[in-house]
Each structure stands twice: as C-alpha cells, then as structure tokens.
Design a protein around this ligand. Structure first.
Ligand code: AMP
Ligand code: ZN
Length: 491
C-alpha cells in the first residue's frame, strides 16, 4: 500500500518518503510521560500531535501498533545519570508509595488525554513492569562488548561504540569532543570510564525505595534503557517510527540508538520524529522551571494568564493550527482567535451535515475547485503532517459552504466534500468532542442556565447562584466570571 507520505526524519535531516517495514501495519513508539506530576500543556502538545499522526495513518487505512510507555522509574532529576529518581522524590515528599505516585499521575494523564479526545495507545507498557526485559537487554549489550560493570552499576561504553565505527551523535548532531568538554564532574561519575558513558543499570543503596534484584546486585534501570527494551519487545528490534519532543533527542534518543545497536540491531528505528516545544512567555514550558500552564487551568479558566475558560477541543484546535516542527507560543489572545476559528469551522460542518443536497444546474468550475481543495487536504497532510495547511484548506471549503451555492455542485463532489470535511475535522484532527447537532443545543442550554444564575445573583439569591455553579461544576462544566460576563468550558 504505497501512500506517498513524506516524513521529516530527524536522523537524516530531510523529508523522506515513508516506507513501512511491514506494508500493512506500522509500528510507532512514543516516549510517554514521567508520572511524578500533572502533565502540562507542553507535554500535551507532543502527545496530541502523535495522536493526530496515528489518526491519519488509520484514516488512510493502515493498521497501526501504537506503543506509548509510562516512565515510572529511572528518570533521574537532571536527565543524565545523577540525582534522585523523580518518582521516588515525589513519593518521599508526599509520603506515599512510589507506585501510588505513578498511579495517581498516570490516571491524571489518561483523563487529560481523554479530554483532548486522544485515542489510547494500543500498548502502554510501564518501565517497572519490564525489569526482566531490561536486564536481558543489558546482558546482550555486555555480551556484545558495549557495556561494563563497575561497582554494581552497568554503563554503556561510548568510546568502544565509536571505535567500532558507530556514530554516537548521529541523531542530535553532537560531537563527542564537545560533550566531554561540556560535561561537569558529577557525583558518582568517577565510576564511568568516560564522562560520555551512560548508565544502563544503577546500583541502589539501601535507602533507595525503588530497587530490584539483578545479576549486578540490587538496583534500578536507566531511563534510556527502558524505552529501548519496551519498544524492542512490542515492535521488534527494528521498527518504523519513534517519536517524542525535541528535548528528548539528546541524550535520551541518541542513547536509545546506541543501546539498540549495542544489543544487536542494525538500525533500531527508521524514522525519528520530534515535535517542537510549546512556549510560554517565549520560554519553553517546563516542569522544572515552573513555567507551565496545566490543562485543568485552561478548562476552568482558573489562571492569571487567562481571561476565560477554554474547552479542550479549542485547545486541541489551537495546537493543530501550527506545524508540529515549529515552536508554538501559548497566549490567551491566540486561544481567543482559535476559539473563533474553531466555532466557525464546526458551524460550517454542522450546516454541511444537515444540508439537503438537491443538485440544480451544475457549476462545473465550482465543483472542480472543491475537488482540488479536498485533494489539497490529503496532499498537505501527507507532506510531513502539515495540519496548519490542512486547516487553511478546510477554511477555503468553509467559505464555499457559507456561500449558499452547494446545490450547484454535482452529487459526487458533494459527497467528496462531506467526506473530506468530516474525515479531516473529526477523524484526523480529532475535533469531535460533541456531535455538531448536540454541541449547539448543549451550548444554548448552558447559556440559559448561566443566565438563570445571573438573575439569581441580581436578586441577591446567592445560595441559588452558588448551587447552580456547583451543579454545573459537578457535570464537568466550569464557569468563570469575567469583565465581559460569564464564560464556560465543558470538560
Ligand atoms: P516528560 O514527562 O518530561 O518525560 O515529557 C513528556 C513528553 O513531553 C516528552 O515527549 C517531552 O519531549 C514533551 N515535552 C516536554 N516539554 C514540552 C514542551 N514545552 N513542549 C512540547 N513538548 C514537551
Ligand atoms: Zn523514551
């Protein structure tokens, strides 16, 4: 099944034609969240993009095995090999079991993804559930001469890897000399033969609350190794697409390539895809710096950054309006504009689905124009998943729908138009939170209830107005009183 899809491959630095290993089924692995806190909107951008990618492959008729893991151990504070485990640290602070922390934030992550209408992955492996696979992979790496044991920890030997002709840095473009010059002498690093080496398995001292038996003593797996072991288990030692945010290129994904090769694969991944960052005030949104906004703050409007609440569909549309490889800056104004566009698009889709098409005199140029715009939607999505261009195409179709000329197009063109609008908006972009018919009715009903609450307030019946607000909240409808009246968002 040749679909002529072009993917920007971070490994080659070019847009490459996508040729799946197995013609009908595509294997995709996306690095999942480290579940020690709530996901912020930046994390969501990456996951929502890969959801769109999976949706598009499905839409084209491919079968996809989509694996997205949960990192519940091994991700240390400084992303390299040192510092406390992020989950253990949170467990210590909150006085909970590490697994309680992992469960709590996995549940939160799932709820958030559901609200964004993201499809669940086909397999969602956890790192703690795959310790045996990780130990097996480390043994293979050691047997092949790329791993060494020091003081009950195991490290990957980067210099050995390079001396065998492999290119450590091929993905991130980093030069090993640069890495050595830039690396600080970190606590425990003395165990390594070279500062570039990275941990496959780390010895745990008795105070470490997450540890497992291994051939090298009690310890825990390295973060990079988890993804290599889990992707190989479910997708094979060589698979199609591996994704994540740009920040994971180095060291995480660079190390994954080295580990895959070290364990015997010739090429663990064919297409490496990296989403660019969501920024806030021009700076990367990040848990560590606290420069974040949480989905729940957006949906409730409960944030000094926002004038009002925004529905998950509007936020998803906002993300889709930019190309995944470009930086996207978050702002209240940008969301306001997206909301306007989103409503216009959904209204047109609603009108189109309700439209009773009775072909009159056929306007051939108009039919041709519609067909060519519909073709462009496919073409643009196949060109490295260019969602902003697809949205621009959809708005060209919206103008035609709103021009009341649909009875002058032939029925074949009409069905193509309907299928394209429906398919791209709902199946591919995933903007299908409420059916268009119900969306309008729901919106009017909520506005009516909000008006009743305002009347209660005017009559100083605060008990009633509070009751209305609380009941709306319990239904997942959050309201926010602002200078321009009350706004709402549906979870
Ligand atoms: P983490 O839980 O930190 O491992 O991150 C989960 C995913 O979110 C990874 O794919 C990151 O690359 C991605 N990510 C983190 N920050 C951002 C951001 N500001 N914009 C887009 N993606 C991000
Ligand atoms: Zn990963």
């Amino acid at each position: 099944m040749e679909k002529d899809i072009k993917i920007y491959n971070s490994l080659t630095g070019s847009k490459d034609t996508f040729i799946p290993i197995n013609k009908e089924t595509i294997g995709i692995y996306v690095c999942g969240p480290t579940v020690y806190s709530e996901v912020h909107l930046g994390n969501c951008r990456t996951f929502v993009f890969f959801d769109t990618l999976v949706r598009y492959f499905n839409f084209l008729g491919y079968k996809v095995r989509y694996v997205r893991n949960i990192t519940d151990v091994g991700h240390l504070e400084n992303d390299a090999d040192e510092g406390e485990d992020k989950i253990s640290k949170k467990a210590r602070i909150e006085q909970l079991e590490p697994m309680e922390i992992a469960q709590k934030y996995s549940n939160d992550f799932h709820d958030v993804m559901k609200s964004f209408n993201a499809l669940p992955p086909d397999i969602e492996p956890t790192a703690t559930g795959h310790i045996i696979e990780q130990i097996n992979m480390i043994e293979k790496i050691i047997d092949n001469g790329f791993g060494y044991v020091v003081n009950n920890s195991v490290y990957f030997n980067v210099n050995k890897y390079i001396s065998q002709g492999y290119n450590y840095g091929e993905l991130s473009g980093r030069q090993v000399d640069e890495l050595i010059a830039g690396s600080r002498s970190l606590d425990g690093q003395s165990d390594k033969k070279s500062p570039n080496d990275f941990a496959l398995w780390k010895k745990a001292d008795s105070s470490h609350i997450m540890q497992w038996d291994s051939p090298w003593g009690k310890g825990f797996p390295g973060w990079h190794l988890e993804c290599s072991a889990m992707s190989a288990k479910y997708l094979g030692s060589s698979f199609d697409i591996h994704g994540g945010g740009m920040d994971l290129k180095f060291p995480h994904h660079e190390c994954e390539i080295a580990q895959g090769i070290g364990a015997g694969s010739t090429k663990p991944v064919n297409y490496w895809m990296h989403g660019n960052m969501l920024t806030l005030n021009g700076k990367r949104m990040s848990k560590t710096t606290g420069n974040t906004i949480l989905p729940k703050e957006l949906f409730s409007g409960n944030s000094p950054l926002l004038d009002k609440a925004f529905s998950p569909a509007v936020v998803r549309f906002f993300m889709m309006q930019s190309h995944y490889r470009g930086v996207l800056d978050f702002s209240n104004e940008a969301l306001m504009a997206s909301e306007k566009g989103y409503k216009k698009l959904m209204e047109a889709l609603n009108n189109l689905t309700k439209f009773d098409h009775n072909q009159k005199d056929v306007d051939l140029p108009l039919s041709d124009k519609i067909q060519s715009i519909c073709n462009s939607c496919y073409k643009n999505m196949k060109d490295d998943f260019n969602t902003p261009k697809v949205i621009a195409n959809l708005f060209e179709l919206v103008s035609i729908i709103n021009s009341n000329r649909l009875n002058t197009i032939d029925s074949k063109t009409y069905s193509y138009l309907l299928n394209t609008m429906n398919g791209f908006i709902e199946n591919v972009l995933g903007l299908e939170l409420v059916g268009p018919e119900n969306a309008h009715l729901t919106e009017e009903l909520i506005k009516m209830v909000i008006k009743l609450r305002a009347d209660a307030k005017t009559n100083k019946d605060y008990a009633l107005s509070d009751k209305i607000r609380d009941q709306l909240t319990s239904l997942g409808i959050t309201i926010k009183d602002g200078k321009d009246g009350t706004t709402f968002a549906v979870k």
